[in-house]
Design a protein around this ligand. Structure first.
Ligand SMILES: *Cc1c(COP(=O)(O)O)cnc(C)c1O
Length: 373
């Protein structure tokens, strides 16, 4: 039997281990200010490589989103426009800030939030918009920034899956007021657990540093309510090495996705992922749609792939607005977001991470074509 082809895996080796060993030797695993030497090095390198002025390292992608909302002064009684077709963290961050998520629907082809639906969701209570660069593909940032600019609302992008994506030839990190990344093990680069907020705005950067460290402007001088969202020196040391490898990881993901699209082309039952003009997908997930399928038919296809040791995973089987907790507290109904609900019944993702070989791709494509035939 073949070894399982995992949907994503952390790719770490000797270099990361050496970097961690170095941190152990210094004896400094964390620093009270949140800005130990390795964290500072990681932040500096990240900002430079992503073309932004400030990068603030935090303990997770969820922490990054929550801290960004707090820096934008989002609080109880406010509304934040978000997609429902996303990982729950995007919405949890809004609720943790005390605000109410207002859901916008997605584009049928890109699965990212649609700007016309964002526009419909904006009200006088809207205090932020969170587009998600889903699967690694940038959302329609130009029109979303225009809507936000007209209303004077900050845009906080969720780029947890999109390290290295480009939009109009710029790194996607430069397209919102604040952009949040995750370094969880399944992302394009990892620190185990970790996150980063990037921004060109001096005031946001200052607030983020204060919020990350209990609200302290300087030691023992609290100016607002904060958290402990600091990144450890160990995580930052891994991040420095992973950042150096990011471009080669992205190239391999791109190559794999091209090969897979080539091999699956002509299978009329599948809608393959697209890369619109002017954008570069970061290919964290290669997501296909089983055209016209219901959830049961899709489940059978996924099950058969699993039986062939191909880890096909559904992101996201239940959109956030239909999960029990959110449905209850937000009193929402099914049918609210037709494109989101349709996608949640029809899509599934296939492995294309850097450890997937050309031979794996051929095996996946021929298996999938047989399964859907
Ligand atoms: C992974 C992810 C997050 C959360 O990141 P964590 O580091 O796991 O907290 C947020 N949003 C999206 C879209 C994600 O994929």
């Amino acid at each position: 039997m073949r070894e399982l082809i995992k949907i994503n895996e952390a790719i770490v080796g000797r270099e990361e281990l050496d970097a961690v060993t170095e941190v152990f030797k210094t004896g400094v695993l964390s620093e009270r200010s949140g800005s130990g030497p390795k964290v500072l090095e990681f932040e500096g390198a990240f900002a430079k490589s992503f073309g932004v002025k400030h990068a603030i390292a935090v303990s997770s992608g969820t922490a990054a989103l929550h801290a960004a909302l707090l820096a934008a002064d989002v609080k109880a009684g406010d509304e934040v426009v978000v997609p429902s077709f996303t990982y729950v963290a995007t919405v949890n961050a809004v609720l943790l800030a005390g605000a109410r998520p207002i859901f916008a629907d997605i584009d049928e082809e890109t699965y990212c939030v649609r700007s016309d639906s964002v526009e419909d969701a904006v009200s006088r209570k809207t205090k932020a918009i969170i587009p998600v660069h889903l699967y690694g593909l940038p959302a329609e940032m130009k029109s979303i920034m225009e809507i936000a600019g007209r209303e004077g609302i900050p845009v906080i992008a969720d780029a947890a899956q999109a390290h290295g994506a480009t939009y109009n030839d710029k790194n996607v990190a430069c397209t919102a007021d604040m952009t949040c990344f995750s370094f969880y093990g399944s992302k394009n680069m990892t620190t185990g657990e970790g996150g980063m907020v990037v921004t060109d705005d001096e005031d946001y950067a200052e607030s983020l540093r204060v919020i990350r460290m209990q609200g302290e402007e300087r030691p023992n001088w609290v100016v607002k309510l904060g958290h402990n969202y600091c990144m450890s020196e160990v995580a930052a040391a891994i991040g420095v090495v992973q950042l150096r490898k990011l471009l080669s990881f992205l190239e391999k993901r791109r190559e794999n996705s091209n090969l897979l699209s080539e091999a699956l082309r002509g299978s009329g039952r599948l809608a393959l992922p697209k890369e619109p003009e002017g954008m570069q997908h970061a290919w964290n997930l290669y997501t296909v749609r089983l055209k016209g399928a219901n959830a049961g038919r899709r489940a059978k296809v996924v099950e058969k792939l699993m039986a062939k040791n191909i880890e096909a995973i559904v992101y996201y089987e239940t959109p956030v607005h239909m999960l029990p907790y959110y449905k209850q507290i937000l009193s929402l109904k099914r049918g609210l977001l037709p494109a989101t609900e349709r996608a949640s019944r029809q899509v599934f993702s296939l492995p294309i991470h850097p450890k997937v070989s050309g031979e794996d791709i051929e095996y996946m494509a021929s298996s999938l074509k047989k399964v859907v035939a």
